[in-house]
Design a protein around this ligand. Structure first.
Ligand SMILES: [Zn+2]
Length: 494
C-alpha cells in the first residue's frame, strides 16, 4: 500500500516537474501553486516534491543543468531563475494620498472633469461602480446650477449624492493589480485582483468626434460618423505594479492584452479588438477584492431562419414616462406622451417577440419607473440592445419628424439603422423633416452594457405628426420599422 502510494506521488510529481520546468525553460514562470507569481513558495513546494524522488530517466525534463540527474543543483538553478523574475517589492507599500476617503455608493456613477464645474456628459467621463474608493480633494459647487460635487484625488468629480465618507482620516497606498481573463456565456470576463478599490477610466480608442466644436442644445456634440475603436483601454489610478497577462486566446472580442506603465502612478490595460469597431458593450463591478469587467460578445443571428431573424436576442424596450410623469402633449386634449409611448412600446414588444426575440419591458402599465431603475433593470437583463420610446414636443408647431438619439459610440449605427427605417415609414404618409440620428447624453442611453438608443417617434406638437402617432395602424407600422432597423443593425455588426 505504502509503495503504491509513493509510486503515485512520484508520477504526479514527474508530471508537475515536467510542466513547471518546461514553463521555466520558456522563460515564463515557475508558478507551481498557481498564485499568479513565481516566489519562494513555489521553490518550497517543488523541494517538497523532489526530496522523496528517485532519479529516473523520466525526470530528464527537470534536469536543468544537464548533468544527467535531477538533484539539488537543479533546485538551486530554479531558485536562481525564480529570484531573477521576482519583482523587488518594498516591505510596506508607499502611501500615495492621505485625508478623507470617499466611497462611491451609486452603481455606475458618472464622473466629470475636475477642470470645470458643469455636469455635461462626454465620452471622456469615466463611470465607476459602487464600492470604488478615492481621497477627497475638495467639495465643489457649480455656480450655474448649485449642484454640489466631490473632487477626488484621481482628478474627477462626482455628485455628492453618489458618494459617502468611508474614512474620516485614511490613507491610500500604492496598488498592485493582477489580471486574468476567460470567455464563456456570451462574455469575455477580465478580472483584476486589486489591493483596494481603485478608481479607473475605460476608453474606446481611437475615436474622433468631427462635430465636437459645434454646440448642441447643451454643449459640444460628440456625434460619430463611424465607430473606429481598435482597442479598449482601462487606466487604473494609484497603481504602481501590474502583472498577469490575461489570456484572451479564447475570446472572440480581443486578440491581445498588454499592460502599460504610465508615469503618473497609473497602469493601463489595453485589450486589442480582433476587428475595428467590434465592441458591443460592457459591465463592470467590484466583487470583493476583484474588479470584474464583462465584455459582451456579439449575438450572431446570421444563421437564424427568415421567420425568426431575432431568435437568441434579448431586447429591452422602455416605454418613456408613465404615472405622474406624463411627458409632453400636443394638440389632442388629454393625450399625453406616456400613453403613446406605452401603446407603441407594446406593439414593438409583440413585433420583436414574433421575430424570435426575448423582450424585457420597463413597464407595461401607466406607472412611473425611475430612470435609475430602468438602467438597473437593463443591466440585469444582459440584453443585446436597449431602446427607449418617446414623443417629441416643442412650443412651436412647425417642428416635425422622428429623431433617434445615442450616447455610446457603439450605439450610433443602431440609431442610424432605426431612423432610416422609421423615416421611410413616415414618408409613406406625409412629408417629414429628416432629423436623423444624433448624439445626446440622455440618461437611459448612457447604459454601457449594450447598444442603446432613444427614439423620439415624432412631434406631438405638430398636428400632422400627432395624428399619425395616435393611429393604431401607424403605430403598428412604426413598430415594424423599428424592428427592421434592429434586424439590419444586428446583421451588419462586424
Ligand atoms: Zn419623453
Amino acid at each position: 500500500m505504502k509503495r503504491f502510494c509513493k509510486l503515485l506521488l512520484a508520477t504526479a510529481a514527474v508530471l508537475l516537474l515536467t510542466a513547471v520546468v518546461s514553463v521555466c525553460a520558456a522563460a515564463l514562470s515557475g508558478d507551481v501553486n498557481a498564485d499568479g507569481a513565481v516566489n519562494l513558495q513555489d521553490v518550497l513546494m517543488l523541494r517538497k516534491y523532489m526530496a522523496d524522488l528517485p532519479v529516473s530517466p523520466d525526470l530528464a525534463a527537470a534536469d536543468m543543468n544537464g548533468d544527467g540527474a535531477v538533484n539539488t543543483k537543479d533546485l538551486l538553478l530554479l531558485r536562481k531563475a525564480v529570484a531573477a523574475t521576482e519583482p523587488t517589492k518594498p516591505a510596506e507599500p508607499s502611501v500615495l494620498a492621505t485625508g478623507k476617503i470617499m466611497k462611491i455608493t451609486t452603481d455606475f456613477t458618472e464622473t466629470f472633469s475636475g477642470n470645470v464645474t458643469g455636469d455635461y456628459s462626454s465620452p471622456a467621463n469615466a463611470y465607476l461602480p459602487a464600492g470604488t474608493l478615492d481621497v477627497l480633494k475638495k467639495e465643489v459647487t457649480d455656480p450655474k446650477t448649485g449642484y454640489t460635487y466631490y473632487l477626488l484625488g484621481c482628478g474627477r468629480r462626482v455628485y455628492t449624492e453618489d458618494a459617502e465618507v468611508y474614512e474620516t482620516s485614511g490613507k491610500l497606498t500604492e496598488n498592485k493589480l493582477y489580471a486574468t481573463a476567460s470567455a464563456a456565456g456570451g462574455y469575455t470576463t477580465v478580472s483584476l485582483n486589486s489591493a483596494w478599490h481603485v478608481p479607473f477610466q475605460l476608453q474606446l480608442t481611437p475615436q474622433t468626434y468631427p462635430y465636437v466644436n459645434q454646440m448642441g442644445d447643451f454643449g459640444p456634440k460628440y456625434d460619430v460618423t463611424s465607430f473606429t475603436a481598435a482597442a479598449v483601454e482601462m487606466t487604473f489610478s494609484y497603481t504602481t505594479y501590474a502583472s498577469g497577462m490575461p489570456d484572451v486566446s479564447e475570446s472572440p472580442l480581443f486578440s491581445a492584452a498588454t499592460w502599460r506603465k504610465n508615469n503618473d502612478n497609473t497602469y493601463t490595460l489595453r485589450l486589442t479588438l480582433r476587428k475595428t469597431g467590434a465592441f458591443y458593450g460592457y459591465h463592470v463591478e467590484w466583487k470583493d477584492n476583484q474588479l470584474v469587467f464583462s465584455f459582451k460578445h456579439k449575438t450572431d443571428i446570421s444563421k437564424n431562419t427568415a421567420s425568426k431573424p431575432l431568435s437568441g436576442m434579448t431586447i429591452v424596450v422602455d416605454a418613456g414616462h408613465g404615472g405622474e410623469w406624463s411627458g409632453t402633449y400636443g394638440v389632442t386634449p388629454g393625450l399625453y406622451e406616456k400613453t403613446l409611448t406605452l401603446q407603441i412600446a407594446k406593439k414593438l414588444q409583440s413585433k420583436l417577440q414574433s421575430l424570435g426575440a426575448t423582450v424585457v419591458m420597463s413597464r407595461t402599465a401607466d406607472v412611473k419607473v425611475e430612470l435609475h431603475d430602468v438602467a438597473t433593470m437593463t443591466r440585469k437583463a444582459k440584453p443585446d440592445l436597449f431602446i427607449s420610446i418617446h414623443m417629441d414636443g416643442v412650443d412651436f408647431e412647425s417642428a416635425n419628424g422622428p429623431t433617434c438619439f445615442y450616447y455610446n459610440e457603439y450605439s450610433a449605427a443602431l440609431a442610424r439603422s432605426i431612423i432610416s427605417n422609421v423615416d421611410a415609414t413616415y414618408q409613406k404618409h406625409k412629408e417629414t423633416t429628416y432629423r436623423g440620428a444624433k448624439w445626446n447624453p440622455y440618461y437611459v442611453t448612457r447604459v454601457s452594457d449594450c447598444p442603446a438608443v432613444l427614439l423620439e417617434c415624432g412631434f406631438m406638437t405638430n398636428a400632422a405628426d400627432e395624428k399619425l402617432l395616435k393611429t393604431d395602424s401607424f403605430q403598428t407600422e412604426l413598430a415594424a420599422a423599428i424592428a427592421s432597423g434592429i434586424t439590419a443593425f444586428q446583421k451588419s455588426l462586424p
